[in-house]
Design a protein around this ligand. Structure first.
Ligand code: ACM
Length: 648
């Protein structure tokens, strides 16, 4: 792979191998004369039409599609996805063993096309590194409509992700429309909507894996069906771990779960069903005399063993439905059957605990998009890296200048390393199936979905698809800009417009946009927890009641419309670098910016929530302008800028 050359192609994820040839194939004024050789299926025809229908010129250009085998009605883990693609002056030809590979080839073609519809002549050989390349969307904390999920699926297909994990239930809401366990007063999907989504995803080679979280995260379920567990809680609007738990001692609970999962399996054809298992707060289990009697009768030693008893029972139910269960890494317990797949989220170290005990793993640790980290942070974590490297990457975040304001909170998560032996490498009995990015939605409602996903998800998608030695993150960012442009056409997703609309609605007027474009939300869970709940957490208690946000909090502040990572700030860093290398044009650009920023000080129409940032930026402009005019030394300027470098 000639990565330097290939890195110039506007592709995300980068293919495994590209052989560049001379010349290009122009599709201007052309239509594609499609020949589907070998196999033709309706799904293949639709996929080809989605690509080819955009070309309506008179001149025919041949597109030959060779597909050996039809896929099943729904894709499953491990289906063949490789493809080969050749663009030559005479036309385009692609080959794949499967429909799924053809779709990937068409996606690559769509990205290869330049703005004036030319394709570079080349040959591409491509296949995924991992079979499981997912995105979790939490549709429980905030409802995300089927239409928004459809365009998310389009975007996923554009970066070759192949699993949409729907976190359907949580304390705040239960979005699965169960007949046996109906829930009142909640916005739910209809079965038709969910089935439509599964079908829409399958048309694009994407699996939909549903999650019903249990035995914790069930407050919404218990509010309507209190006999299933701890009856202490009614409906809840707040975030944070709740006390409500299913009762693991009652046969009627397993019967209800059996009916519920049976209904789930009717709607979702995927081989995997996710049964949650995270963040169980078993206070009630420890106090209930009935549960104590049950444990004694069953010879269950302690509450962790009780939880694994529950997990094993539910896993059996899943298997009785001819499906495989997945659980979050809290299910790891010596008593839990090793055939259960584990989704690793509590830091990198849980991975090797799971692998050593033979579990197949899906890696989500360090791929949490709700932490609002920049793309390069996620890009730096490799699902298969040796543990020492992963821990070093986690440690490095603590001294990353962009994350210093949350270093204390991030350090708190290192408690999860206890029990995991650093220095281990994978390669033990389990297998890494792949990974999933996760978007938890406490602070994400539908209007924020696109901008929280798409400047960073493509980095994770590339990590899951491309070869492990594709590490040049600067090159990734260069490709991201045209990729985001293409996303508008492919999926009707325009992150820049979304951001502008939201900050405008928050009261930002045009003169203030140059400031707002340079802002980023505070990172990690600083905002979700708030000062008091964060302080409490760091001192060993939790104060969920102190969290400033709940389900009904309006998400209409400037911060809600910001890109998690300012692309304008990245541009600015580039200008600064060129200026300090002596580039006169860049120096001029910087002088103009400094002048503009200085001007903020004189304006009287600043939104109160922007006032501190406006003061900061105008002071930066002042010092920078003086430096550029030779009135302030480099050292003094740097000292002033460092003094100004405080988040708020
Ligand atoms: C999780 O983030 N509680 C899986």
């Amino acid at each position: 792979m000639h990565s330097r050359l290939v890195g110039r192609l506007p592709l995300i994820p980068l293919p495994q191998r590209v052989v560049m040839a001379q010349g290009e194939l122009s599709l201007r004024g052309a239509h594609l004369s499609v020949r589907v050789a070998q196999l033709v299926t309706p799904r293949l025809r639709s996929a080809v039409a989605r690509f080819a229908d955009g070309f309506v010129g008179a001149r025919p250009v041949p597109l030959t599609v060779n597909c050996e085998q039809p896929g099943d009605q729904f894709p499953q883990l491990g289906v063949p996805e490789s493809y080969r693609l050749r663009v030559a002056a005479a036309g385009i030809e692609l080959w794949s063993e499967s429909e799924w590979g053809v779709m990937h080839a068409l996606g690559t073609l769509q990205q290869l096309r330049s703005d004036d519809s030319a394709l570079p002549c080349c040959e591409i050989f491509d296949e995924p590194r991992f079979a499981w390349r997912g995105l979790l969307v939490d549709v429980a904390r905030h409802f995300i409509s089927a239409a928004a999920l459809q365009r998310t699926i389009d975007g996923m297909a554009a970066c070759k992700l192949n699993v949409l994990h729907l976190h359907l239930t949580d304390d705040q809401a239960f979005r699965f429309p169960s007949r046996s366990l109906p829930i009142t007063n909640e916005r739910q999907y209809s079965v038709a909507e969910l089935s439509g989504l599964v079908e829409y995803a399958a048309q694009r080679g994407i699996r939909v894996v549903p999650e019903i979280d249990m035995p914790g995260h069930v407050t919404a379920l218990l509010a309507d069906h209190p006999h299933l567990g701890s009856g202490r809680t009614g409906k809840t609007r707040r975030f944070g771990v709740h006390e409500g738990c299913l009762d693991p001692s009652k046969e009627s609970v397993y019967a209800a779960i059996g009916q519920l999962l049976g209904e789930l399996a009717e709607v979702f054809p995927d081989h995997y069903l996710h049964i949650g298992g995270d963040e169980v707060s078993p206070g009630w289990w420890g106090e209930s005399p009935e549960i104590a009697a049950f444990m004694s009768a069953q010879g269950i030693a302690d509450v962790p063993a009780l939880q694994s008893y529950f997990v094993n029972r539910v896993a059996q139910i899943v298997r009785s439905l001819a499906r495989e269960p997945i659980g979050w890494d809290e299910v790891l317990h010596p008593d839990v059957a090793e055939t259960m797949a584990v989704q690793v989220w509590r830091g990198a170290s849980a991975r090797d605990v799971a692998l050593r005990s033979g579990h197949a793993c899906i890696i989500s640790a360090n791929y949490y998009l709700d932490l609002l980290f920049p793309a390069d942070v996620h890009y730096g974590f490799d699902p298969e890296a040796p543990m020492a490297e992963l821990l070093a990457c986690e440690d490095a975040l603590l001294s990353d200048a962009r994350l210093l304001h949350v270093a204390e909170g991030m350090r708190w998560t290192h408690q999860w390393r206890a029990g995991a032996a650093a220095g281990d490498t994978p390669g033990s009995r389990g297998a890494i199936l792949g990974g999933e990015a996760c978007l938890w939605s406490e602070l994400v409602a539908e209007p924020h979905l696109d901008l929280r996903l798409w400047t960073r998800l493509p980095a994770i998608a590339e990590r899951f698809w491309s070869s492990a030695d594709i590490r040049d993150v600067e090159n990734f960012y260069v490709r991201l800009i045209p990729w985001l442009d293409r996303l508008k056409e492919i999926a009707d997703i325009d992150v820049m417009s979304s951001s502008r609309e939201l900050v405008s609605a928050a009261g930002v007027t045009d003169p203030w946009m140059p400031l707002v474009e340079l802002l980023e939300p505070t990172k990690w869970y600083a905002r979700l927890l708030g000062e008091d709940a964060l302080r409490a957490r760091l001192t060993g208690t939790e104060m969920p009641q102190a969290r400033p946000y709940h389900v009904d909090s309006p998400l209409n502040r400037v911060v809600d419309g910001l890109l998690p990572e300012s692309l304008a700030a990245r541009d600015l860093a580039g200008i600064c670098e060129r200026a300090s290398a002596g580039n006169a044009a860049a120096r001029g650009e910087l002088a103009d910016l400094a002048q503009r920023w200085r001007g903020f000080a004189a304006r009287t129409d600043c939104l109160p929530e922007l006032a501190a940032s406006a003061d900061q930026l105008s002071a930066v402009g002042e010092h920078l302008a003086r430096y550029l005019h030779g009135e302030l030394s480099a050292a003094a300027t740097l000292a002033e800028l460092q003094r100004l470098d405080v988040p708020h």
